[in-house]
Design a protein. Structure first.
Length: 230
């Protein structure tokens, strides 16, 4: 089995899910007492969030590339950025190491294409929804045109991620708000939903929606395990 390198802690609430999923997948594939070989570099998310809010993406990139180099030095055979937002600097991270970076947007796009949907509603941080590093990759590399909620919806989705989900708070009121955002998106032409923040699956699941829903955390972990077992 190859060793999977995780750049996590952004937030640790979702990094825990990666760890659980990967180990369960290894056990399901190999049986017995098998588990995944994983290296984790876990950030203090308070420091990262401060850089995000300040728009200091240059320093954030330096931290991410350093983490990737440390993962590689530790013996990892691949690296995953365990957050959609910090794929903003995915190209710089990949350039900093010799091992492959498994990109979360690419793994999500494969699932979308398999399901034959092309206009997903993207639920994510405001950075991911409003900037082009994620939507642009989906469109340019995969021909998928992601849609985003209206301004009020983007504010709700973003605030719930940072003020609640990243802090372990699961609110029925916030879930109802997310369902309403998706309902409006569906009425505007969205044919599916992307859980474009690795914490969104803590609040909602595919069973909550009439249209197909794609959990980027689960898809990313599956791609990593497929790589590890190849």
């Amino acid at each position: 089995m190859k060793t999977i390198g995780l750049i996590g802690g952004m937030s640790w609430e979702s990094t825990v899910i990666y760890y659980q999923l990967l180990n369960r997948m290894a056990r399901e594939a190999l049986g017995g007492l098998h588990s995944a070989q994983i290296l984790i570099w876990s950030f203090d998310f308070g420091e990262i969030e401060t850089l995000q809010a300040a728009g200091d993406w240059e320093q954030a990139t330096e931290k991410m590339t350093e983490a990737a180099r440390n993962i590689e030095k530790g013996g990892a055979d691949c690296v995953l950025i365990c957050t959609n937002t910090m794929h903003k600097m995915a190209e710089e991270v990949q350039s900093a190491v010799h091992i492959p970076l498994i990109h979360i947007a690419d793994t999500t796009a494969l699932a979308l294409k398999k399901a034959q949907v092309q206009h997903p509603l993207l639920l994510a941080t405001r950075y991911t929804m409003e900037q082009d590093f994620y939507k642009g990759r989906l469109n340019e590399r995969h021909g998928i045109t992601a849609r985003i909620p209206d301004d009020a919806g983007r504010t709700l989705v973003h605030d719930v991620i940072y003020d609640e989900l990243c802090q372990g708070v699961i609110s029925p009121t916030s879930k109802a708000g997310y369902l309403e955002v998706v309902d409006r998106g569906q009425k505007s032409g969205a044919d599916s939903v992307i859980f474009g923040c690795t914490e969104v699956g803590l609040l909602v699941s595919a069973d909550d929606f009439e249209i197909p829903a794609f959990d980027t955390t689960a898809l990313h972990a599956r791609a990593a395990m497929d790589f590890a077992l190849s």
